[in-house]
Design a protein around this ligand. Structure first.
Ligand SMILES: [Zn+2]
Length: 115
């Protein structure tokens, strides 16, 4: 489960941010998790729960997750689909399977609330 190592990287980033801001407690963390970045949100949350309970700095912090929408353009008819869920199998207008996503593969730390 590679989400654990991603959470560990996030925690490292949070420690550095807290140190730079002289904060002693992280209250909430907002992540953007693109539906195409290969991260399972539930696993990420699970990892965050485990690791945050072991770290004084982030214990009890709330993890907020934003799932951005992704635009897919059909290579055959140019139809544009927008979805925040799974990749569509094919274009709904012409059934073409070659549809190309734009964005949606980012894992970004959007916002941190600390004190
Ligand atoms: Zn199409």
């Amino acid at each position: 489960m590679h989400e654990i190592s991603l959470v560990q990287g996030l925690v490292q980033q949070l420690k550095e941010l807290a140190a730079a801001n002289q904060a002693t407690k992280i209250i909430s963390v907002t992540m953007e998790i693109g539906p195409l970045c290969g991260v399972v949100v539930d696993s990420f949350r699970f990892g965050f729960d485990i690791i945050s309970s072991e770290e004084e700095l982030i214990r009890g912090a709330e993890l907020k997750v934003n799932i951005p929408t992704v635009r897919y353009t059909c290579s055959a008819c140019g139809n544009v689909l927008v979805t925040a869920g799974e990749r569509p199998d094919s274009c709904p207008s012409c059934q073409e399977q070659a549809i190309f996503p734009e964005g949606g593969d980012d894992l970004i730390l959007l916002q941190v609330e600390m004190e």
